[in-house]
Every structure is written in C-alpha cells, then in structure tokens.
Design a protein around this ligand. Structure first.
Ligand code: SF4
Ligand code: SF4
Length: 420
C-alpha cells in the first residue's frame, strides 16, 4: 500500500497512474489547473518542472517525471550519499541483476526501505541468455530482482545490453513482460543498448513494446575527429546526425519513448581531467550538460560515489552549456578521440570472425577508467578466450573500418595483456 493525499491506494491503482504517478516528485505535469501560476503552465508545456533544487523531465509515455540526474548503479553509492541524493531531489535509480551478482539490487533494496515512493527503480537482466523456458525464466528473474530489491514492484524493467532487435522482440520475452505488468510487478518496460544503436533501436522503437531506452550517449557520440583533424585541431561535430544516432533520438521522441543517457562520462578517468576546467565548470559537469542539452534526453546517469561528486553533478541541474564549456569539450575530444569508442558497431559488421570487439573495449574502460579491475577481468574471462582471436593474426579489417581511427587490433592485444 502507498499513501496519497492521506488515502491509502492499492498497488494496482498506484501502478495504473500515469502523470499522477510521478512518484518522488510530489507533483505531476498535469498539475497546472485553475489557480496554478503561469510559469507552471509554461513548464508543463515544455515537459519540464523545477521543484526545489531539482529539475524533472517527462520520461516519454511513462509520464514519469524523472530528475535530470540519475544514480548509476554499478557500483551503487554508499548509503549516506544515496540518501543525500534523494533528499536533494534525485529520484531515478538504475541497477541490474548482474551488478555485483545481485548485490547492487540488494544494496538499493536496503537504501530505499521506507522511501520506496520517492524512487523510480529501473533494473535490468539478460533474457536473451536463457536457452530454454524463456518466458518462465524471465518471470523468475524479475521475481528474484523484486526479492533482492525488497519491493513488490519495479518501475522500469529492462533488457540489459540489447545488441539485436530480436533480443527484445522475442515472443516469450514479450509474454513474460505482459504477464508481469498484468500482475502489477512491473510498471514499464525498457532496454539498455551499448552497440550499433542506429541499426538495433529503430525496429524496437517502432514495435511499440518498449517505453524507455537507456542509451550510451556522450559528447563523443556527437563528434568525429580523424587523424588529420587532430593535426589541424578540428572537431567535426555533426556526427550525431551523420551516424544516425540523432535519427534514433528523433524517432524515440516521435514515438514518445523515454531516453535515459548513460556512459555520459566517456573519455577518461576523472582524476586526469582537472586540466580542462574552465572557470567554475569541471569537465564532467560540461559532459553532463552536453547530454542534458539533447532535447530527447530526460535523465543523465552518472556514478555519484561520494559527496564531492554528488555536489559537482547536482550543480549542473537546470543550467546550459556555455561557449567556453563547449571549447573545453572540443579540446578534450581532440586529445582523446582516437581512444574513445562511440559504440557505432561499424567494426562488428567488418569483422569476419564475430569477435565481440565492443564488449572487450568496454572491459578495457572498466579496467582503465573506472578502476573496476576485478569486474573487468571476470567479464573478460567469462566471454573471451584465446580462441576468440584466432582470425586476428593476418587481419586489420576492424581498424580500417572504424570511422574514428581507433587502432582496434592494438586495443585487443592490450586487453589480452591486462585482462586475460
Ligand atoms: S583483426 Fe580480429 S577483431 Fe579485427 S576484424 Fe580482424 S578478426 Fe575481427
Ligand atoms: S571501435 Fe570504432 S567502429 Fe567499432 S564501435 Fe567503436 S567507434 Fe565504432
């Protein structure tokens, strides 16, 4: 049971609420009736709302009002930081069954106790890894997540890391989600995507079966720098359109699918970024501002693991990217472009051997930039073996295909040396 206006409402009533279910915010888009101030109507029209120190945005057709910044869940923040983030208006929390092998969800379950109605819980699992009884196993996976989270409903359940439309559009997966919704165990369905969004996402969006997409989106997604450009100091910044990613964002908006940006901090370990600071603005802040300046984006996720990062991140709420900050970002892009994978999938299509290049590049990022050494090695060893690279000896098709000049074979060799 939840409380609303002093009246107890049951789970089905609660789950059925749309705008009024803007939980944790205490207000809804449709709140500007008679007697509401003029600014409220303007904010409603813009699908944004300021309350206290936080700005909330409408998450597509879920009608949930989500805080501009959300808590990434791998790892989950320590309880005092988590609690302070909620006190300061953050209401979106992301997790997955695989984060800490379920420990991430358990941590969140403990931290939201007594505050469940203040939080929009989004979590994920991999239904496409089930070989048999996909519907039953998917339902069981969500029920296990409910237990770990100590809650009786999940706001947004996601297919984790979808890299092909059929992983989401499988009949058994859809049937499992339909049943879970019917039983009031999940409110909305979504997916996360780390690869080839221009090809993977349109059929999923068009299907109408998914309400939310967690999309890898950083300032690097919007830019391209060739080796010649680096020498000339030039950044080509129409790449969001030319890569097809902007078309995905436009389609999502057209179909009213909510977009949550993740991997917003691509580009390097934060401790090496101090040199880019302009005035009061740090580079991580400029990166968040860039993601939030995409009209389709409702919420940008980041890891807020201590109070300094929490303060730094929350300072960007409701602000815009200045010309000086854009200059700072361009310098960073020039410095790092040839090392940052945009997850466009071009190399995967060029590879004759089906090497999971993007997964391996992501494990390098966990290792080098996030300091998640154990997690990076475990993930690598689970999915990669020496046999994976059998066809690489006389080949550099991936390197030639990458539009951003990444020396992929060199990176694969590096991965073997630090992760195998
Ligand atoms: S070098 Fe290896 S990973 Fe790259 S395209 Fe060739 S086989 Fe694929
Ligand atoms: S390595 Fe290059 S081609 Fe492959 S996904 Fe990343 S940016 Fe695209």
């Amino acid at each position: 049971m939840s409380q609303q206006n002093g009246r107890k409402i049951n789970r089905r009533e609660f789950l059925g609420q749309g705008l009024a279910g803007a939980i944790g915010v205490g207000v809804a888009l449709g709140s500007s009736g008679a007697g509401s101030p003029a600014w409220a109507a303007e904010e409603n029209a813009a699908k944004r709302l300021r309350k206290g120190g936080m700005v909330y945005r409408r998450l597509g057709r879920t009608e949930l009002m989500v805080s501009e910044l959300g808590l990434g869940g791998s790892p989950s923040p320590p309880p005092p930081v988590f609690s302070a983030a909620l006190d300061r208006g953050v209401n979106f929390v992301d997790s997955s069954a695989v984060y800490g092998r379920g420990q991430g969800e358990r941590n969140i379950g403990r931290m939201i106790k007594g505050r469940r109605d203040k939080v929009i819980v989004c979590t994920k699992f991999h239904p496409y890894r089930f070989q048999t009884d996909v519907k039953a196993q998917s339902i069981k996976a969500v029920e296990d997540a409910l237990e770990r989270l100590q809650t009786d409903y999940i706001d947004i359940i996601c297919v984790h890391g979808a890299s092909a439309p059929e992983q989401c559009l499988n009949d058994d997966v859809l049937a499992a989600f339909a049943q879970l919704k019917q039983e009031g165990k999940v409110r909305f369905t979504g997916l996360s995507n780390h690869s080839d969004p221009a090809h993977v996402l349109p059929p999923i969006i068009e299907s109408g079966h998914y309400d939310v997409i967690l999309l890898a989106l950083s300032v690097f997604s919007g830019t391209r720098v060739t080796r010649a450009d680096v020498k000339a100091g030039k950044v080509y910044d129409n790449w969001l359109a030319d890569s097809g990613l902007q078309a995905v964002l436009d389609l999502a908006q057209e179909r009213d699918v909510g977009i949550v940006a993740m991997k917003t901090m691509a580009g390097g370990a934060r401790q090496k970024l101090a040199k880019y600071q302009v005035g009061e603005t740090t580079l991580p802040q400029a990166k968040l501002k860039w993601a939030l300046s995409r009209e389709a984006v409702a919420c940008a996720l980041s890891e807020m693991l201590n109070f300094d990062i929490l303060d730094e991140n929350l300072a960007v709420v409701g602000t815009t990217l200045s010309a000086n900050e854009q200059t700072m970002l361009r310098q960073h892009i020039l410095d790092r472009s040839a090392d940052v994978c945009r997850m466009c999938g071009t190399c995967l299509r060029a590879c004759p051997a089906g090497v999971p290049i993007l997964d391996i590049l992501r494990y390098i990022t966990y290792h080098d930039e996030h300091g998640k050494i154990r997690h990076a090695r475990q993930s690598y060893r689970r999915h990669v073996s020496a046999h994976t690279f059998a066809a690489c000896a006389d080949c550099d098709a991936c390197r030639r295909a990458c539009p951003h000049g990444l020396d992929i074979p060199a990176k694969l060799r590096y991965a073997r040396s630090v992760l195998a």
